[in-house]
Design a protein. Structure first.
Length: 271
């Protein structure tokens, strides 16, 4: 039944989450697995997901330098390296900016392991169901073929493109166009010519049509670190500055609210 399938999927995710411990993986605290109350308790990520942050014109993210934004991409890749380094490796299978959560300090953590499989089990079963979200999915995933860690690397290439351009991927195409073009490896990210050459080359390497032509997560991280070393450092830690500005704004808001309440109290006492 669909209920049994949901229960099995939920239990699998809980079982996997209990084994994952890394600064760039969402921290798991516990779960209720007694139907109908399926509940998972994790750390709270104040800023929500990266997809919404990128799409919010008022977010401080829009003012972050390329260096700061790529440091956030680096955290995502570091988390992926951890997953792929496990024995056996964990393939996420649904890497996308919606599954990257951001906390108050602007740290990025990988979440939503509902589609993940331990590689040994995954390859023995074969992947015969299309999972993930089309705009981030590798061609082999869209074709419902067996896939491995390289499918996650493809998705990371799209995420890096998002972080650099501050746009959603393939927003100009319909869902069915994404599927049809993606299946045959003819899905191209727009505006690549406007991206610095070394970053463009990394993205193009990650989104190669053939999985064997893509880098590993470790190779992706190595190249990203090289790119970061060549970028100018912002004069201040922009993520920390954004947090401090928000705290200051909150204090001013509370102060104004307090003064308003005091003036109301004085006015009431004079009546």
């Amino acid at each position: 039944s669909s209920e049994a399938g949901l229960m099995s999927s939920f239990s699998s995710e809980v079982g996997l989450m209990t084994k994952l411990h890394h600064p760039n993986i969402l921290t798991f605290y516990g779960a209720c697995t007694k139907p109908p109350n399926l509940l998972m308790l994790t750390e709270w990520m104040d800023r929500g997901d990266l997809f919404d942050i990128i799409g919010n014109p008022r977010s401080p993210f829009q003012r972050f330098s390329l260096y700061t934004r790529l440091k956030m991409a680096e955290q995502c890749v570091v988390g992926l390296c951890y997953l792929h380094s496990l024995v056996p490796p964990v393939v996420h299978r649904d890497m996308k900016s919606m599954n990257l959560l951001v906390n108050e300090k602007w740290d990025v953590k990988i979440a939503d392991f509902g589609m993940s499989k331990v590689k040994a089990l995954y390859l023995s079963e074969g992947n015969k169901s299309t999972v993930g979200t089309a705009a981030w999915a590798a061609p082999e995933v869209l074709r419902s073929e067996s896939s491995n860690e390289k499918a996650d690397v493809y998705s990371v290439g799209v995420i890096i493109w998002e972080i650099v351009t501050k746009k959603p991927p393939h927003s100009e195409l319909s869902y069915f166009s994404i599927i049809n073009k993606g299946e045959v490896g003819k899905l191209e990210l727009e505006g690549m010519e406007d991206i610095p050459a070394n970053i463009r080359e990394l993205i193009e390497w990650c989104v190669q049509v053939k999985p064997e032509d893509r880098p590993s997560a470790e190779e992706t991280l190595g190249r990203l670190e090289e790119i970061l070393e060549g970028l100018p450092l912002p004069p201040k830690d922009e993520r920390r500055e954004a947090v401090l500005k928000e705290e200051l704004a909150k204090r001013e808001e509370w102060k104004a609210e307090g003064e308003l309440q005091m003036s109301k109290g004085k006015a009431d006492s004079l009546v």
